[in-house]
Write a protein that binds this ligand. Structure first.
Ligand code: ATP
Ligand code: MG
Length: 273
């Protein structure tokens, strides 16, 4: 899809290859380098990162702290444009934010004075779509299991519930890309486990492309169809590992245990486990 959109843009003609859309990637990150100026020095953060994501894939991004994972998500969200290279969807190069690509952070950042329902509705409200889409807010509330908390305020929720609201606030926009930046990072281990399963279930039913940044190798292996392992900054792709397992997955599965060791070795921690 991306390649055809790029071709159409450059040649100005509609190509027949759009018929093969589903065979082509939903997202292309092509030879992307990026960095920042800090006073007089340039900090290079991404080094010629290149990968494609197919329709319906769930990609986990693993790498050392500070290597550039969140920066990469920000590029896909359109909050920044790469210094060189292209990040493109089927619609062409990403030039800015769009409700079809939504970021969810570690902190739910809910508005404390708005009820759960109104927090979720905020994106639709801002786009003038709320009047016609009220049922959609109810639907996503049900999807994240909070239908009985529509009238609660954020301070009346647990951490896991608040993060579910944050997820629902993203899902209400029916995104094509859900960009998850350590969304479960602050939750206790058991809530985290159940939310890993819930996110996979929602992803399977909603059909968006998921990009998940996590520091938890097990989480990546339990949730993703592919794991990209990045180097230290400036981030390069060290490995692109397919996780070919049906859901729900089990942490003791011998293939997953083997892949966990493979990834730990790539991250330089082979002897720690
Ligand atoms: N807007 C910015 N201006 C200057 N430097 C930045 C900016 N955003 C990120 N950086 C730098 O880019 C590098 C990568 O940051 P990024 O947040 O992408 O890392 P990360 O892989 O997500 O790390 P972590 O796993 O700790 O969240 C860091 O050194 C950070 O200081
Ligand atoms: Mg980060």
């Amino acid at each position: 899809m991306v390649e055809s959109a790029l071709r159409e843009r450059t040649s100005g003609e509609v190509s027949a290859s759009s018929l093969q859309a589903s065979l082509l990637p939903a997202l292309a990150v092509r030879d992307v380098s990026h960095g920042f100026f800090l006073r007089d020095t340039h900090l290079q953060v991404l080094d010629r990162v290149d990968f494609s994501v197919g329709v319906g894939e769930f990609i986990a991004l693993l790498g050392p702290s500070g290597c550039g994972k969140s920066t990469l998500l920000r590029l896909v969200a359109g909050l920044e444009t790469p210094v060189s290279g292209v990040v493109a969807t089927e619609e062409g190069p990403i030039l800015g934010p769009d409700p079809s690509r939504i970021l969810v952070f570690q902190d739910p950042t809910l508005f404390p004075w708005r009820k759960v329902w109104d927090n979720i509705a905020i994106g639709l409200e801002a786009r003038g779509l709320l009047r016609a889409s009220r049922a959609r807010v109810d639907d996503v509330l049900r999807l994240v299991g909070l239908q009985n908390f529509a009238n609660a305020y954020p301070h009346q929720l647990s951490g896991g519930m608040a993060q579910r609201v944050s997820l629902a606030r993203a899902l209400v926009n029916d995104p094509k890309f859900l960009l998850l930046d350590e969304p479960l990072g602050k939750l206790d281990a058991l809530t985290r486990l159940s939310m890993q399963g819930e996110i996979v279930r929602i992803w399977q039913s909603a059909g968006f492309v998921a990009l998940l940044v996590t520091h938890d190798i097990e989480e990546a292996l339990l949730m993703a169809t592919r794991v990209l392992v990045f180097s230290e900054r400036p981030a390069r792709i060290k490995a692109d590992i397919r996780i070919d397992k049906a859901y729900p997955r089990h942490r003791d599965d011998e293939d997953l245990v083997r892949q966990r060791h493979e990834i730990l070795t790539l991250l330089g921690h082979a002897s720690d486990w």
